[in-house]
Design a protein around this ligand. Structure first.
Ligand SMILES: Nc1ncnc2c1ncn2[C@@H]1O[C@H](COP(=O)(O)OP(=O)(O)O)[C@@H](O)[C@H]1O
Ligand SMILES: N[C@@H](CCOP(=O)(O)O)C(=O)O
Length: 317
């Protein structure tokens, strides 16, 4: 008798690429403290002949007009082909909860939710390490380069450091709040990458290496002052900041409000601020709400790190 498959839904949290100090190598998953969703959901269920995709959610209108251009369908095609699966019919639903080109790992969230749901639906045929590598490849197909600093934290949770072939969790600081603000405009990751020079000066390379090494060491030793002292981006931010409306002014104000670090989330335009108390986080959020948002599509969230990565549940979206 043919195996009966059951519908499954996966939620994949938003993520901040780079975290200032680890361009393309370090990322963190986000969980709003108010319990709201900040990530896409994808469900996979038995369907009629072939693959079908239905999209819904608050940011459905910014998805590609043609369904076949949606990365979720591409994920299903690649997954099925790679594993040589016989699939009579598959019904996919994408609930698009993240804005595109935002710096919140929107495409990565769709990729992670889709591949996570496919793997769960088919009984986990792929190992965690192999699935992560596939997630990075698919993210690379649409963002202009293979980088794991969004897919790794969205899939695995917390802060993740990308080593040569696998992700390694990095301890963070439990008292930190990560306040993120998306102004409501789109900046394509590929274009924000193209702003950066192809060659990096030796002095910049040395500072980058030293800061990343110091941050990793300080995080392991829970040396908060040591970690904060180097939480700065010398590689991407100097080239990107002038292209993000209001970023430099907001950074200055947030520092004056007492935020311990401020940076660009991924390739922007979302910014993040590290606050060490809830009062400081709320003050930063209020400032950003009034001064950083450019339209009604913008959002501000006070977050902790989403420690568990994807959430798998039974049934459809
Ligand atoms: N499900 C999806 N979610 C987000 N982007 C998608 C999706 N499917 C296709 N895309 C396309 O992928 C590209 C993602 O652009 P990118 O700047 O990398 O966004 P982000 O930084 O938000 O991940 C856009 O051209 C978008 O139209
Ligand atoms: N390391 C990447 C991260 C891009 O993140 P996104 O959320 O903007 O897609 C980069 O900085 O280009």
């Amino acid at each position: 008798m043919a195996k009966q498959y059951e519908a499954v839904t996966v939620y994949a949290p938003a993520s901040m690429g780079n975290v200032s100090v680890g361009f393309d190598l370090l990322g963190a998953a986000l969980a709003p403290v108010d319990g709201s969703l900040l990530g896409d959901r994808v469900s996979v269920a038995p369907g009629e002949q072939g693959l079908s995709l239905h999209c819904c959610g608050p940011y459905v209108d910014v998805l590609p007009a043609k369904l076949e251009d949606n990365i979720v369908l591409r994920c299903a095609e690649v997954f099925i082909e790679k594993l040589g699966l016989e699939v009579p019919g598959l019904k996919l639903v994408l609930e698009k909860n993240l804005p595109i080109g935002s710096g919140l790992g929107s495409s990565a969230s769709s990729v992670v939710a889709a591949l996570g749901a496919l793997n769960a639906y088919f009984g986990e045929p792929m190992s965690q390490d192999d699935l992560l590598l596939l997630m990075g490849e698919l993210e690379g197909m649409i963002s202009g380069s293979v980088h794991y600093d969004n897919v790794a934290p969205s899939y695995l949770g917390g802060m993740q450091l990308m080593l040569a072939q696998r992700a390694q969790p990095l301890p963070s600081f439990d008292n930190w709040y990560w306040v993120v603000a998306y102004p409501g405009i789109t900046l394509s990751t590929a274009k924000m990458r193209a702003l950066m020079p192809q060659q990096v000066d030796l002095s910049i390379a040395l500072t980058f290496g030293q800061q990343l090494a110091t941050f990793i060491d300080a995080s392991h030793r829970q040396d908060e002052a040591g970690a904060l002292a180097v939480l700065k981006d010398v590689v991407a931010e100097p080239y990107r900041a002038p292209h993000i409306p209001g970023y430099l002014a907001a950074r200055q104000h947030l520092q004056a409000l007492g935020c311990a670090a401020v940076g660009i989330s991924g390739s922007g335009p979302t910014l993040f601020a590290v606050a060490r108390t809830r009062d400081e986080a709320d003050a930063a959020a209020a400032y950003l709400q009034d001064h950083y948002l450019l339209n009604e599509r913008g959002l501000v969230r006070v977050c902790r790190l989403a420690q568990n990565g994807i959430e798998v549940s039974k049934g459809e979206v």
